[in-house]
Ligand binder design. Structure first.
Ligand code: ARG
Ligand code: ZN
Ligand code: CA
Length: 253
């Protein structure tokens, strides 16, 4: 695939307090980040260690707020729904009006992105192949975008980059086996890595015998601070391409 794929996004802002009702500016700052990171156009890409510079890849995916609703009417792509629930968790209730959330738009035509208050998690995503009613990503409002209620160290919009990576079938770079060395992300060009990295690690951070270069902790699919992650690899982009050619092919032009 040479051409860029544009994904229409509907943002469901589900709020109990006025502050959770994030402003359009905060939403726009999230799209700016997504459209940089999935095009290898992020200003911090130059921080990738020299040994991995050739692996950094342009995913050729862009995101825009939907301009047409499921009934074909014009929309600004933002749904604002007041709720009585002060906090959501990862049980998907934010995805259902009947449970105090906002119903998904058809998942074969829109990426559903819910923004709400949550406890103990910055965001979560559904992998390709799941039920349409719950498909999409959920982002804590304080980890959404780069302004407004976005709070350090998760105020560069990278939680959504990470979650949309999952939505396109990417796994955590350490293989989800805590600190073991047998889990895999099913990507060949990412080093085998023990567990998740957090904060702002220094290069090299070695695990699982991956010296001298160590973990690729600056990958969007690790757990480091927003300012410490700035790359997808070619192998990860191949995996996202396969998702777009397969279970997510309804988004191809
Ligand atoms: N699903 C992860 C969590 O909630 C998201 C991690 C995102 N990392 C980040 N730097 N924004 O813990
Ligand atoms: Zn994750
Ligand atoms: Ca790997």
């Amino acid at each position: 695939r040479d051409e860029v794929v544009t994904i229409p996004v509907v943002v469901h802002v589900v709020y109990q307090t006025p502050e959770q009702n994030v402003a359009r500016e905060q939403i726009d700052s999230q799209f700016e980040r997504l459209n940089q990171d999935f095009r290898r156009a992020n200003p911090d890409v130059g921080k990738v260690p020299e040994v991995w510079r050739d692996l950094v890849a342009d995913a050729r995916i862009e995101f825009k707020l939907a301009d047409t609703d499921p009934q074909g009417r014009p929309t600004d792509g933002v749904i604002r729904r007041e709720t009585t629930r002060p906090v959501f968790d990862t049980d998907d209730s934010v995805k259902f009006s009947a449970q105090g959330g906002s119903d998904a738009w058809p998942a074969d035509r829109y990426l559903n992105m819910w923004v709400c208050n949550m406890e103990g998690v910055l965001g979560y995503a559904q992998f390709p192949g799941g039920p349409a009613e719950t498909d999409g990503v959920v982002i804590l409002h304080q980890a959404f975008g780069q302004t407004g209620t976005a709070a350090a160290p998760y105020d560069l919009g990278r939680t959504a980059v990470h979650e949309v990576g999952h939505w396109l079938n990417l796994r955590h770079i350490w293989g989800d086996d805590e600190s073991g060395c047998s889990g895999s992300d099913f990507v060949d060009d990412t080093p085998n890595q023990g567990g998740a990295n957090r904060g702002t690690p220094t290069f090299p951070t070695v695990s699982c015998g991956n010296a001298p270069n160590g973990d690729m902790f600056m990958n969007y699919m690790d757990y480091v601070d927003d300012a410490a992650m700035y790359m997808f690899t070619k192998g990860q982009v191949e995996r996202m391409d396969a998702a777009l050619a397969g279970p997510r092919s309804s988004f191809l032009p």
